[in-house]
Design a protein around this ligand. Sequence first.
Ligand SMILES: [Zn+2]
Length: 210
Amino acid sequence: MIHEILPVGPLQCNCSILGDQTSHEAIVVDPGDDIPRIMALLARHSLTVKQIVITHAHIDHIAGAHRLKQLTGAPVLYNQNDIPLVRMMAEQATWLGIATPTVEAPDDTLDEGKIISITGLTGSILHTPGHTEGSVCLYLPDQNLLLAGDTLFAGSVGRTDLPGGNMRKLLTSIHERLLSLPDEITVIPGHGASTTIGAERSSNQFLQDI
Ligand SMILES: [Zn+2]
């Protein structure tokens, strides 16, 4: 598998490019900004984007999705429970002091258990509400990989003080959906350093109390 992680935009959202080196098909996760850099990396690996997966509809994760769809023809997928956040995109833009991006309704919703696949690569969606109602993680068991969005970070958890956030739901999602995964799974959070399920299970202070 080809896996490029590039922090994009002012909040350095971790955009992932997941590609299969035989079929040259790709999934792009959270193209929040810097679409020219993403397009250049796709070209360097001769990859064709088949799916654009958004872990949640915060502006730093979704703002470039429409542009990437225009350039590649790939569908934009996110959970329908985040549509209220899409309707607040102008307000979200004022948080960052940037122009309001075009964000459309999803081409398909990312419900629990939905399979995301390209030729040579398969993942499934875990619905993990808490950071937002529509937050999801993309789990690729054959690659021992979890793209966690802003649900779980190295040594921390997602903030819940933004609209749609709920700490009780967040901790329930992490304990029931993520800590049930094997220790060796590599976790790529929505921002910052990568980690593993085992490391977070044993040392993340936010997960020790319940
Ligand atoms: Zn977020």
